[in-house]
Write a protein that binds this ligand. Structure first.
Ligand SMILES: [Cu+2]
Length: 152
């Protein structure tokens, strides 16, 4: 009887022992799997979430600037915008002669505006730098109708 009881107890203890080992091994495997999965997820989140989000924010931004033309100057003659930003130039001819506003780059230009007329020009440049604009009426640029848009 005693030997049988001992055998049963040993069997039960052995079973519990084996069960514990299996349980611990599974737990460790589980930990390893979750670590492997979670670590790259965090890195991907940091990489993809922060950079494009800031780009999108800048792209969606826009700024309005009023530029007035007289004989023979633009006021202001220096305007600023951020990279990727759409700059809305509200161009008004406050002079007596006809004037326009033409960018050397990008093909942006207004119509030739008569006294008191206004036209909105939306411009966007993909590189930082200085973008010159001028009045294309003969002699006006040489007389001083020149300005610069600074993209920074
Ligand atoms: Cu002009």
């Amino acid at each position: 009887m005693n030997i049988k009881i001992l055998g049963v107890v040993l069997l039960i203890l052995g079973g519990v022992f084996v069960g514990l080992i299996i349980f611990l091994l599974r737990g460790r495997v589980g930990e390893n799997v979750t670590q492997k999965v979670s670590a790259p997820t965090v890195q991907v989140g940091e990489g993809s979430a922060s950079e494009p989000t800031s780009d999108v924010e800048v792209t969606l931004e826009s700024v309005k600037v009023e530029v007035s033309a007289t004989e023979f100057a633009f006021s202001p003659f220096e305007i600023r915008g951020k990279l990727g930003q759409e700059i809305e130039i509200i161009f008004k001819n406050d002079g007596k002669m006809a004037h326009d506003l033409v960018f050397e780059d990008g093909g942006y230009k207004t119509k030739l505006l008569q006294q008191g007329q206004t036209e909105t020009l939306r411009v966007k440049f993909g590189k930082e730098g200085f973008y010159t604009f001028y009045c294309s009426v003969a002699g006006h640029r040489q007389a001083g109708m020149e300005g610069v848009l600074i993209i920074e």
